[in-house]
Design a binder for this molecule. Structure first.
Ligand SMILES: Cc1cc2nc3c(=O)[nH]c(=O)nc-3n(C[C@H](O)[C@H](O)[C@H](O)COP(=O)(O)OP(=O)(O)OC[C@H]3O[C@@H](n4cnc5c(N)ncnc54)[C@H](O)[C@@H]3O)c2cc1C
Length: 446
């Protein structure tokens, strides 16, 4: 159900097990501006872990996208990450991604999925409900059409219909109870403009991320995408949203902790109006805690957990969830057991990533949530590590591996890393002449 990133990655792994996979999408996939994914006009990073998985499942996809006008990027060399007003130290990491508009990426991905002989992608079809066995204990297909009058039978239904998924309602109607939901209010506002910017406005980079921090809670991303265009997205948290009038948009860009994105905008020619998006809260549905769940149904992607978009994780997160689905199918074959699947999904993917974004969100004093002494200590260490990474190449790489979902945040708490953070920051605060401004790029056993 749904041909967003989660649906497409899920279809890819299902095709290894099932002889026939049908992806049912409400929108016409050919539409440039799909109603079902209003976020797709905003800058969409594809984190390194997502890129790795996409290349594993669709070899050569990245090259194909680059041939179509997207931009290959080494995440440490070609992406400018600005943290607390300073860029992370640059290096060649060998960790890559491809930068493009979300629409372009999804099209290429969909074409590769649709080319699999086992898969059919059907557009313009609304899933109006699930078909249940008489006792409600098994889902045996989906109901199509606005009145749900046509049944598409299935051995397994995977709900990848995004944050607005209606599975919670359908399960409750069948007597399975209501899935517990957890929310973390962040009230992030996005505003995006497509521009044509001269390549030299990026000084050779393909993407500039000015990361919001508690001291400067506004951020932005500026990406070179296909068709010689750039997507400029600005955001603010907790109600401090960027305006959509051109002047206000520019003024907001100027107020970021670093002038980089404002500089690009000044050199650019606007190609679109400013478009907005409001994201009230991160949301997690605790299917793993339900006492009753029908066989024949699984849920994946934003339909399970929709994360604060400011970390750019959603699509890579969807790919990681599809990996958990693959691992699960390898064990259970064509009749996956929902309890075990949701347990695996929770432990392998959702808990670590949700925990990571929650931690970052809690660093903003206005975000409501429990802050234990341990949380505060970890926040302090991670914050210091990020600042140190603006002076030290190996620390920057460590941080980028965590941002890219390749390593858990605990990798930053490793004693060797923390020792290096301490040394780096001590050097910065030491008096002039003591090596205070040296950007180190040697990795001493970290
Ligand atoms: C402003 C913003 C910026 C973001 N930036 C990034 C970023 O930089 N990087 C990143 O990785 N992620 C980003 N995200 C998150 C990302 O967009 C989502 O996490 C991702 O799209 C989730 O994929 P999905 O397939 O689960 O859901 P969706 O992409 O929402 O796809 C769900 C699909 O299901 C279809 N559908 C819904 N209901 C039905 C139905 N009843 N029948 C048939 N089809 C149905 C919809 O039309 C849609 O195509 C951002 C999100 C926002 C809001």
């Amino acid at each position: 159900m749904g041909a967003g990133p989660a649906g497409l990655f899920a279809a890819r792994v299902l095709a290894d097990v099932f002889g026939r996979v049908t992806v049912v999408e409400r929108d016409d996939p050919a539409d440039e501006d799909r109603r079902g994914v209003p976020q797709s006009g905003h800058a969409h990073d594809f984190l390194a872990r997502g890129h790795q998985l996409a290349e594993e499942w669709f070899p050569g996809l990245g090259e194909e996208m680059v041939a179509g006008g997207a931009h290959a990027a080494d995440i440490a060399r070609d992406v400018r990450w600005v943290i607390a007003g300073r860029p992370l130290v640059r290096s060649e990491s060998g960790l890559s991604t491809v930068i493009s508009s979300r629409t372009f990426r999804e099209r290429r991905l969909r074409a590769r999925v649709a080319a699999l002989p086992q898969v059919t992608v059907v557009g313009g079809q609304d899933v109006a409900g699930l078909s249940f066995s008489a006792d409600g204990s098994v889902v045996d297909g989906v109901l199509l059409g606005t009145d749900g009058g046509r049944k598409l039978p299935a051995d397994l239904v995977v709900d990848t219909s995004g944050r607005g998924s209606r599975t919670p309602v359908w399960l409750e109607e069948q007597g399975h109870g209501r899935v517990e939901e957890e929310k973390l209010k962040v009230d992030v506002g996005y505003a995006t403009r497509i521009v044509r910017a001269p390549a030299d406005a990026f000084a050779g980079d393909v993407c500039i991320n000015v990361v919001a921090s508690p001291d400067s809670p506004r951020g932005g991303a500026c990406q070179r995408v296909e068709g010689d265009r750039a997507v400029v997205t600005l955001y603010g948290v907790l109600g401090d949203h960027p305006p959509t009038d051109p002047e206000g948009f520019l003024t907001f860009a100027k107020s970021l902790a670093a002038p980089d994105i404002h500089g690009v905008l000044e050199a650019a020619e606007p190609l679109s109006e400013v478009r907005r998006y409001r994201f009230p809260a991160s949301l997690r549905r605790r299917y793993e805690r339900m006492d009753s769940f029908p066989r024949g149904l699984l849920v994946l992607g934003d339909a399970v957990c929709s994360l604060n978009p400011r970390y750019g994780q959603g699509m890579a997160f969807a790919a990681m969830q599809a990996l958990a689905l693959r691992d699960h199918l390898r064990q259970d074959g064509e009749a996956p057991e929902p309890d075990a699947y949701f347990r695996r999904l929770t432990e392998q993917v959702v808990d670590p990533v949700w925990g990571m974004t929650l931690l970052s969100d809690l660093s903003f004093p206005g975000v409501q949530g429990e802050r234990t002494a341990e949380t505060l200590e970890v926040l302090e260490l991670v914050g210091r590590t990020q600042v140190a990474a603006t002076f030290d190449g190996p620390l920057a790489l460590r941080c980028l591996r965590v941002f890219g979902l390749l390593d858990p945040p605990t990798a930053l708490l490793d004693p060797a890393v923390q020792e290096r953070v301490h040394e780096t920051l001590s050097r910065q605060s030491a008096p002039a002449g003591s090596g205070a401004v040296r950007d180190s790029d040697t990795d001493r056993g970290m």
